[in-house]
Design a protein around this ligand. Structure first.
Ligand code: FMN
Length: 290
């Protein structure tokens, strides 16, 4: 009733943790795996070599359940990736196709799935800046790894077109959506609060954007989708499933309300299915007219 299959992987349930949320400390990740049993933890985005995060402040609250971050893909480099006792979806990025390919090769061993991040708004020349080559990037990554490859895209006007290119390149699925670029000004100084100037908005305020984008992409191609974006409740998760998401990545909710929200959202979705006497598979895409 409650399991889901994603690119050939059997997931006990559809809930996993989105990229960049669990701090990159293997012992801590291991304890989150044991205690909350996410179907997978998506790592923060790894690059080939270490990248320093931007200077603080890198994470600010901008409203109830809404945040803006510009951590800037700070990470210790793919060589530091470790096993953590549960399934890892390894997020990778780079400033060139060659860097992304090399990072994918090094990630594959510990990854159940590789997620290529071509959508972070928080570092010049990375993430969103390489998205125009997404077809070639995916094609070449697929030619060197055998694990499923997903592509993470952002909430842009051309997201349906980019999704098509990623799928055309051979992507096994898509992760939708990353944060949306914003800016917040300190009115006393007239300067941006985040040191980077801009940041990625996440949480409750982007949920309707995620619903719309997943809907539009699913209607066009019906691909495998990990739905991410402002999921704070069972209803939010069900909405993303009804417009086509097969699995749900929880992000900001875990920072705002704690990791136990994974358990409560999971239980409420289970109750919803039980009360209706339906399987999860019958929910997926049920709200999309073809
Ligand atoms: C603090 C923070 C760090 C993040 N780091 C990454 C990252 O390294 N790579 C990535 O693809 N997405 C990253 N994201 C984006 C999330 O994975 C997710 O796509 C986005 O926050 C929307 O989901 P949410 O509203 O549930 O948080 C980050 C988000 C936050 C809040």
């Amino acid at each position: 009733m409650y399991s889901t299959k994603l690119a050939g992987l059997e997931l006990e349930d559809p809930f996993l943790i989105a990229s960049g949320i669990v701090p990159d400390v293997p012992e801590f990740m291991e304890s989150i795996c044991k205690q909350y049993r996410p179907s997978a933890i998506t790592t923060k985005t790894f690059t080939l070599n270490p990248l320093n995060p931007h200077h603080s402040p890198t994470f600010i609250k901008i409203g109830e359940g809404c945040y803006m971050n510009a951590i800037g893909l700070g990470n210790p480099g793919i060589g530091e990736l470790r096993e953590v006792g549960c399934r890892l979806f390894v997020s990778i990025g780079g400033s060139s196709k060659e860097e992304i390919i090399e990072t994918a090769i090094r990630a594959e061993n510990l990854a159940s799935l590789i997620e290529i991040n071509v959508s972070s708004p928080n570092r010049r020349n990375y993430g969103a800046d390489v998205s125009s080559s997404v077809r070639e990037i995916v094609k070449d990554v697929k030619s060197v790894v055998s694990k499923p490859v997903f592509v993470k895209l952002g909430p842009w006007d051309n997201v349906v077109e980019l999704s098509g290119k990623a799928l055309d390149g051979g992507a096994d699925g898509l992760t939708l959506i990353n944060t949306i670029k914003g800016m917040k000004i300190d009115v006393e100084t007239g300067k941006p609060i985040l040191s980077y100037g801009t940041g990625g908005i996440s949480g409750r305020c982007i949920h309707p954007i995620a619903v719309r984008i997943i809907h539009d992409v699913y209607r066009e191609y019906a691909p495998e989708i990990i739905g991410v974006g402002g999921v704070f409740s069972a209803d939010d998760a069900l909405e993303l499933m009804e417009v086509g998401a097969k699995a749900i990545g929880l992000g900001t909710v875990l920072i705002d309300q704690g990791y136990q929200s994974l358990t409560s959202i999971r239980e409420q979705v289970k109750s919803f299915l039980e009360e209706k006497g339906i399987n999860l598979s019958s929910v997926i895409g049920s709200g999309v007219k073809k």
